[in-house]
Design a protein around this ligand. Structure first.
Ligand code: FES
Ligand code: FES
Length: 178
């Protein structure tokens, strides 16, 4: 077969909305969302470990729900709102409660798994703002960490719930003072 006979893989122009920002890029149909985010859009906060849906490092939020970016094609992400770890903090740089909690409670060491935990836990706390320790443990059971032993991660989930409540209290107090 000569070089000109080798079939070239189709490439598609796609539009993605990531962290509220529209992006256009060109991908092959089998381009994984995780690779598209990292290599095409430069959003390297999403980490890739197993590429088999096992470790959870690549988790992003798709329309708010946690999703393994290594199990989704980039083309399938069109029409959905993708939130990566880069999109969790406030525009002014204020850390998301989950980020602050992981920092306070030493919920990370090398940090490789952390983006996946942060996206999972941020979604979980919106569903269950006052989890028990058992519920917190269950919530992170699909994510693997090779460093921390999970104790501090579970503490971080519970602390994140507290921080969220504290911030709500502050917002109410500021509103009352006006
Ligand atoms: S890299 Fe996606 S679950 Fe491990
Ligand atoms: S902090 Fe290193 S893998 Fe989790």
């Amino acid at each position: 077969m000569t070089e000109t006979q080798i079939p070239t893989e189709q490439r598609l122009d796609i539009r993605l909305s990531v962290n509220g920002v529209p992006h256009t890029t060109t991908v092959t149909p089998r381009r994984l969302l995780s690779d598209c985010l990292r290599h095409d859009l430069g959003l390297t906060g999403t980490h890739v470990g197993c590429e088999h849906g096992v470790c959870g490092a690549c988790t992003v939020r798709v329309d708010g729900k946690p999703m393994r970016a290594c199990l989704m094609f980039a083309v399938s992400a069109q029409g959905h709102e993708i939130t990566t770890v880069e999109g969790l903090a406030e525009p002014d740089g204020t850390m998301h409660p989950v980020q602050q909690a992981f920092r306070e409670c030493h919920g990370l060491q090398c940090g490789f798994c952390t983006p996946g935990f942060l996206t999972v836990v941020s979604a979980f706390l919106e569903e269950n703002p006052t989890p028990t320790e058992e519920e917190a443990r269950e919530a992170v059971s699909g994510n693997l960490c090779r460093c921390t032993g999970y104790q501090n991660i579970v503490k971080s989930v519970l602390r994140a719930a507290e921080i969220t409540e504290e911030r709500k209290g502050c917002a109410h107090a500021e509103g009352d003072a006006r």
